[in-house]
Design a protein around this ligand. Structure first.
Ligand code: CMX
Ligand code: CO
Length: 140
């Protein structure tokens, strides 16, 4: 079901400062910057590598307000890895399959993610403490 690691989601206080860090330290390049009001984040995708099943990225996220998912995470745990996003061919089908195995779905239906992707989250309490995102890349 999982095709690849699509991205690692990292929570930070200052998006521009962290972009600068990833660019200067690892030579990564920003390929997309977006504000996702629904998810409460200002975010950037930095390209890491291309593979047979698609590309992989680092997703840097700064909360739009303290009272958002990422704002609350930062207050509780501080900066760091927030979630892992795996590439799937069909996110609705993957949700159905995973849900049937008893994993709690945060999203019953796919939502809008970065770069036109369809995304859905699985509850970290049912995935060994890892907030897990399923990502279906937009067709080009
Ligand atoms: N990773 C692992 N565990 C996490 C977590 C995370 N990112 N966030 C919360 N938890 C754990 C908490 O530690 C807590 O565990 P304990 O009860 O043992 O302390 C439990 O989950 C409940 O946490 P909470 O602080 O009360 O937070 P909420 O229940 O309000 O929210 C969650 C948790 C996963 C439901 C929420 O973060 C969510 O809906 N996430 C999906 C959407 C999202 O993350 N959007 C931002 C990214 C957007 C993008 O990638 O594009
Ligand atoms: Co993500």
């Amino acid at each position: 079901m999982l095709l690849r690691i699509d991205h690692v989601g990292i929570a930070c206080h200052d998006l521009e400062e962290k972009i600068e860090f990833y660019e200067s330290t690892f030579g990564l390049t920003v390929v997309s910057r977006e504000i996702n009001e629904e998810q409460g984040v200002r975010e950037a995708m930095l390209h890491v590598a291309d593979g047979a099943q698609g590309a992989s990225y680092v997703q840097l996220m700064e909360p739009l307000h303290p009272d958002t998912v990422v704002g609350k995470f930062l207050a509780k745990r501080g900066e760091g890895v927030h979630h892992i996003g795996y590439g799937v061919a069909d996110v609705a089908k993957a949700l159905e399959e995973v849900g049937a195995k008893g994993v709690r779905l945060i999203d019953e239906r796919p939502r809008h993610g970065s770069m036109g992707a369809s995304i859905a989250f699985l509850h970290p309490k049912d995935v060994g403490g890892v907030l897990t995102e399923l990502v279906q890349t937009a067709r080009r």
